[in-house]
Design a protein around this ligand. Structure first.
Ligand SMILES: [Ca+2]
Ligand SMILES: [Ca+2]
Length: 365
């Protein structure tokens, strides 16, 4: 509550100060600042909530700001005495010493933001100050402000935190040399599908041929009346339950036989792609093409049951390609230019940059 009356050149203002949350009466100080003539500010102490203050009014004063504080809390209000307002831009500012501190949490995870930057801007002025923090943020800043004018402080806290996000890992033969603890490719000639790891391991030079889509190809030739096989093994390091997508790519081709002495001339092209199904222990057919040149076969799996069929608990994933069957007296070629698996999972903690904003009123003194 507040009332004011004019005594000669003095303005006497009275009011009652209560704590906002409890309604208890305040013991503290009241300061009145004539906004257009802040040098004339005056302060007095009061108890039990009731305050009264007077000051000498000059003609140019139209706004009064009252600030109540008890060394812990601050309240303020502003009143207007007249209708005409001189430009505040003509008024002198005084340097303020302001300290702010706080505690930031990531609103999604609830985890504290333990390091980052805090920036304070005083809106409607050019003043801004930034400092880095770790733990609780705090900042000291010294804008030049017009006493009695109420400013808005914009406090921006930005910090590094970590959240769960999707991450894609590519498994291919780039940089792999024989033998590798994780990657293995084998070649085999057989009239029936081989099991896992039954063939002969490829050479390091073969791994280099299949490490990129560059038309350098690993070429394997079967025996007569047999199919040519190539198998590729990867060990997937992601937790199987966190995998949301598995993508397989094979680029290559296969040639049914070579040589005019063969029965079925011209050649018979065809390449078949399989994934090993660990649940049923068999090669599951997943794609084919009959081109005489490189073609890409891609398959994408998002069904967790399917992903669990193709990647076992140890992370093993097997891809197999095979040719058609060679005729008697003929051989088959199988070519791989590039092969890879892409695994997208949610298991990895990924860095995220968080940003928060607080607006706070500030009555300059
Ligand atoms: Ca190619
Ligand atoms: Ca290649």
């Amino acid at each position: 509550m507040m009332s004011g009356y004019l005594v000669k050149a003095s303005v006497v203002t009275q009011g009652t100060a209560l704590y906002y949350h409890t309604g208890q009466r305040v013991d503290g100080d009241v300061t009145v600042i004539p906004v257009e003539n802040p040098a004339n500010k005056t302060k007095t102490t009061f108890t039990d909530g009731a305050w009264s203050i007077d000051f000498n009014k000059t003609n140019d004063v139209q706004y009064l700001t009252f600030i109540i504080d008890d060394n812990e809390k601050i309240g303020y209000t502003q009143i207007k005495l007249a209708t005409e307002n001189p430009s505040m831009s003509r008024l002198n500012c005084t340097t303020q010493n302001i300290s702010l501190s706080g505690y930031s949490v990531d609103i999604n995870s609830g985890d504290p933001i333990t390091s980052g930057d805090v920036k304070v801007s005083v809106l409607d002025t050019d003043y801004a100050n930034t400092t880095s923090f770790s733990g609780i943020w705090d900042i000291d800043f010294h804008p030049c402000l017009i006493p009695g004018k109420i400013y808005t402080l914009q406090i921006l806290v930005s910090g590094l935190t970590y959240g769960y996000g999707e991450q894609t890992t590519i498994y291919d033969f780039s940089g792999i040399t024989k033998p590798s603890s994780t990657h293995k490719a084998t070649e085999e000639s057989s009239s029936t599908d081989p099991g896992l790891d039954e063939g002969t391991e490829a050479l390091t030079s073969d791994y280099q041929d299949i490490d990129a889509s560059d038309n350098n190809r690993w070429d394997y030739v079967s025996g007569t009346y047999e199919r040519a096989y190539q198998q590729f093994r990867f060990i997937i390091s992601e937790d199987i339950d966190s995998i949301v997508e598995l993508k397989i790519l094979h680029e290559g081709s296969a040639l049914g036989y070579v040589g005019t002495e063969c029965v079925d001339y011209p050649p018979d092209y065809g390449i078949y792609l399989y994934l090993w199904n660990f649940s049923g222990s068999y090669w599951k057919f997943e794609g084919l093409h009959f081109s005489d040149d490189d073609q890409t076969i891609t398959r994408t799996y998002t069904n967790p049951d399917e992903i669990n069929d193709f990647i076992n608990q140890t992370g093993y994933l097997y891809i197999q390609v095979k040719s058609v069957t060679a005729d008697a007296g003929c051989t088959c070629h199988i070519y791989t230019d590039f092969v890879k698996a892409e695994v997208t999972s949610t298991s990895n903690l990924v860095p995220e940059y968080k940003r928060g904003e607080i607006l706070q009123k500030y009555p300059a003194r």
